[in-house]
Ligand binder design. Structure first.
Ligand code: IPD
Ligand code: CA
Length: 265
């Protein structure tokens, strides 16, 4: 059974409640795909509504906590020691294209430290939860990062910059190195789930640059509680502020980090 602290319980309930209308929207998208206008406006409103439900539910249970959300930005609460970091739809491009790989991501920060995380894919009903010092779970199952130590057998996930984002040359250089050293690279399109999959041992590692705090906050707790390592590109812990992450198990992490830092764009 997953360990659910009172706060984690509240976060799970909020994610499940916000997930229900999101599944309906996802079904609707099939019809919208064929319209000339495309689903962009529809998705924006789904994003906003999901964040609104999350904030309403979390505020009801924890009035006074602050927020950092993709849609609403930073909102200071009366309680300066607690803050929820939320991404209403991580993997918006997948959502918009009818690809059932996206998630609601919620993290709780206490006195500047990440203490709980929920990553919920409402389509597959995969609920990832983690609480500091109490482990990480996928539904009822305790998670542990993969034990693989052979880089040549490893499957590594990443995120790639798209049109208008910086870092294309660096991403290509890094990809070339990792492609050459591993069993394969995956680009699934939702950073929160990438980290949850590292925690679950499905991926042996993950790296990406240019992420926002809400993409990764819950995933950081998840990986650490599954016994994995997650750092920024310098091997430090400034992931939330500099938006770069490298994650893997203990033996593979330093090797992946070294490989990525040797990339010459
Ligand atoms: C994006 C996803 C994607 C990552 C991007 C993020 P969004 O979040 O996590 O996998 O590559 O950097 O911005 O925009 O879908 O919430
Ligand atoms: Ca995101």
């Amino acid at each position: 059974m997953p360990y659910l602290s009172p706060a984690l319980n509240v976060m799970v309930a909020a994610a499940r409640k916000a997930g229900r209308p999101l599944i309906r929207d996802f079904g609707e998208l099939e019809n919208l795909q064929i319209s000339m206008k495309g689903p962009a406006d529809f998705v924006t409103s789904a994003d906003q509504r999901t964040e609104r439900i999350l904030i309403e539910e979390l505020t009801k249970a924890r009035p006074g906590y602050g927020f950092l959300g993709e849609e609403g930005g930073a909102v200071e609460g009366r309680d300066k020691t607690h803050r929820f970091i939320i991404d209403p739809i991580d993997g918006t491009t997948n959502f918009m294209h009818g690809i059932p790989h996206f998630a609601i991501s919620i993290a709780l920060e206490r006195e500047g430290h990440l203490v709980s995380g929920v990553i919920y894919n409402p389509v597959t009903d995969d609920l990832f939860t983690a609480e500091k010092s109490h482990g990480a779970y996928l539904n009822e199952k305790r998670l542990r990062v993969a034990a693989r130590t052979d880089m040549g057998a490893a499957v590594i996930a990443t995120g790639l910059p798209f049109m208008g984002k910086e870092g294309h040359a660096r991403a290509s250089a890094e990809m070339a190195l990792v492609m050459n050293a591993t069993a394969g690279v995956r680009r699934m399109g939702a950073a929160s789930l990438d980290l949850a999959y590292v925690a679950a041992g499905r991926f042996d590692g993950f790296w990406e640059h240019g992420l926002q705090a809400w993409d990764i906050a819950a995933g950081i707790v998840m990986v650490k509680e599954a016994g994995g390592v997650i750092t920024d590109m310098r091997g430090g812990d400034q992931m939330l502020s500099n938006g770069a992450v490298v994650s893997a198990n203990d033996p593979l992490h330093p090797r992946l980090l070294k490989l990525l830092n040797s990339a010459k764009p």
